[in-house]
Ligand binder design. Structure first.
Ligand code: ATP
Ligand code: MG
Length: 570
């Protein structure tokens, strides 16, 4: 393609709200344009890359036995009511009515719709397994759309759903997808890690995320320094924590007057004990379907922090929010003195699993100015759950190695769904005994448009994008240093034709611009190689520039095609 004919509006200006390199460069290099909060237009370069990513995803999925379909974006709200998600999904779900007053949603994901499709068309176990996917626009009215394509409101996702006769077959397909996704991200040239992910209130290990490692990632990952354990902080586990701190002196359990001692720090100073031996009781307001709200308590060690996603799952809530002091007092709680024992009537409290065997602990007495000392937590007869956020330095449950944090961008997610949706929507098949059974399902997503941002987060320098081989909009760019020089133009035209005839994706910068300006654009856009046709042509040579590292080498004109072939890997 000729640069002069392509719509590539590059710019020097850094957009005001853009902080991440991917956001800045994709805008500046003319891949995308913002149209509103979390909404983007894709310009020719952006569309080329988007289609390349999409093609790789499609190729690998089709090879793995998946079938592409395309579902209606506008989804009848009734399906979402039947699955129970119409209320649960919250404000991210865009709901609207048509002229007749029928309710619809814009699909943020398509479980309901795909289950409906399969319900209508599949009757027998003989038609299973099935893995159906689409690559299609999604809409989520995200609370904080930001970072460009990373977190848009309208975005392109690959969403796939598999249907099976039993769990065993569903697990087989889950592994098949794990391998297929790995191949996709390897082909895209990404440095990624597969981590255990939150599986919601259902729990279990049937949920994995594909994380592109990048400091700018929104997700905190816990990884082991010794083995290959990795988990999203929302799902990370550890060996029960130990402490070297001196144990408090043991005595009889008793209520202790602790006037004005309200924080963990004050308590630690007051009793001269390590927070490890104190119970931190955190209050949250849990939100449920139909607007129901409930104050719940979570008790963990004073040396730990509550992990909100784990806590939310433990009480099966849609969301947890911070309660006000008034709200706490209205249910009989005393801020600063809350604890898991002698709770006011009707207040639910979940204890962290690691507290089950703890003794000699200090906790709030649920009474103004009082704590209880020497508490043996094993006498707690309420609920337990995994509530704590794993910290750096904690020990790996698999191998005892040291755990540390790293950051990642979630580009893919695979999930063993089970019969959650098929049961709710009455999607059944007849098994070999003629018995009607709900489909066992898996669901698999890839953030296609987010991948463009993730690739650039991992591959850029202070000048611009550095596309990986498989994602680059063009494999090579030809830059003529002086388009007034007839000889230079002639050679460039000939090289352009030759490369094109060989099937090389080549961009020919034939614009009437200064050489420096064109070089800046090359660096900003990030095509892997440039051939510069300039002054050295009189000596029979051209220059080859590699975008990564910007290394330059002089190459004899009659050798450039062969060398490019080798470098590009034709
Ligand atoms: P996140 O935790 O980042 O909000 P999610 O877990 O809600 O994502 P999924 O429902 O698992 O997302 O969707 C599948 C994939 O779609 C994600 O792995 C991600 O790559 C992509 N994705 C999700 N939300 C967005 C968004 N707002 N903009 C761009 N891509 C997105
Ligand atoms: Mg996800």
């Amino acid at each position: 393609m000729r640069f002069s004919r392509l719509l590539i509006p590059t710019s020097k200006e850094v957009p005001a709200d853009a902080v991440l390199p991917s956001h800045i460069y994709l805008l500046r290099a003319g891949f995308i344009r913002s149209v509103g909060s979390g909404l983007y237009n894709f310009l020719p370069l952006g569309k080329i890359v988007l289609d390349k990513v999409r093609a790789i995803v499609k190729e690998e999925l089709d090879k793995a036995g998946c079938q592409e379909v395309e579902l209606s974006f506008v989804t009848p709200a009734s399906l979402w009511r039947d699955s129970g998600r119409f209320d649960k999904y919250g404000k991210e779900l865009l709901r609207f009515e048509d002229r007749k007053g029928n309710e619809f949603v814009l699909g943020p994901t398509h479980e309901e719709m795909m289950v409906e499709l399969v319900k209508q068309s599949v009757r027998s176990y003989k038609q299973l397994p099935l893995n159906l996917y689409q690559i299609k626009t999604k809409f989520r009215d995200e609370i904080r759309p930001r970072f460009g394509l990373m977190r848009g409101r309208e975005f392109l996702m690959k969403d796939g759903y598999s249907f099976h006769r039993d769990q065993e077959d569903m697990k087989r397909e889950f592994l098949n997808m794990q391998e297929t996704y790995s191949r996709i991200f390897e082909r895209l040239g990404l440095d990624f890690r597969i981590v255990e992910a939150d599986s919601g209130a259902i729990g279990g290990s049937g949920s994995k995320e594909f994380m592109v490692l990048a400091d700018s990632g929104e997700d905190t990952l816990v990884v082991c320094e010794e083995c290959d354990y990795g988990a999203n902080i929302e799902a990370a586990v550890r060996m029960p924590a130990k402490s070297d701190a001196q144990e408090p002196e043991r005595g009889l359990e008793a209520r202790f007057h602790t006037p004005g001692v309200e924080t963990m720090e004050e308590l630690s100073d007051f009793f001269h004990i390590d927070p490890f031996f104190m119970v931190k009781t955190v209050a949250r307001k849990a939100l449920y379907d139909g607007g129901e709200e409930k104050i719940v308590l979570f008790a963990i060690r004073g040396s730990d922090e509550l992990q909100d996603t784990k806590a939310c799952n433990a009480v099966d809530a849609n969301e947890l929010v911070e309660p006000s002091a008034d709200e706490l007092e209205s249910v009989g709680l005393v801020p600063g003195y809350m604890g898991p024992f002698e709770l006011p009537e009707g207040v639910r409290c979940v204890l962290d699993n690691e507290l089950a065997q703890a003794s000699g602990m200090v906790c709030g007495a649920n009474m103004k100015d009082y704590h209880i000392v020497n508490v043996d937590m094993s006498r707690y007869d309420g609920e337990f759950g995994d509530l704590v956020a794993v910290k750096e330095g904690d020990r790996c449950r698999r191998c005892g190695g040291r755990l540390r944090y790293t950051r990642g961008i979630e580009v893919g997610h695979i999930f063993q769904l089970g019969t959650r949706y098929s049961e709710a929507l009455g999607a059944v098949f007849l098994d070999e005994n003629g018995k009607s059974r709900p489909f066992e399902m898996g669901t698999y997503g890839i953030g296609i448009s987010r991948l463009l941002a993730a690739i650039i987060e991992q591959n850029h320098d202070d000048k611009g994008c550095i596309w990986t081989k498989a994602s680059a909009p063009f494999a090579v760019e030809i830059i003529v240093s002086n388009i007034g020089d007839e000889k230079q133009m002639q050679v460039a035209e000939k090289l352009y034709e030759e490369l094109r005839d060989m099937g090389v994706e080549v961009l020919f910068d034939d614009r009437k611009e200064r050489f420096g300006f064109k070089m800046n654009d090359f660096e900003l856009i990030g095509i892997p190689y440039a051939v510069i046709i300039g002054k050295k042509l009189s000596e029979g040579s051209v220059e080859l520039v590699k975008r990564r590292g910007l290394e330059r080498e002089s190459v004899a004109l009659d050798e450039i095609v062969a060398l490019l072939k080798e470098r590009i890997g034709l």
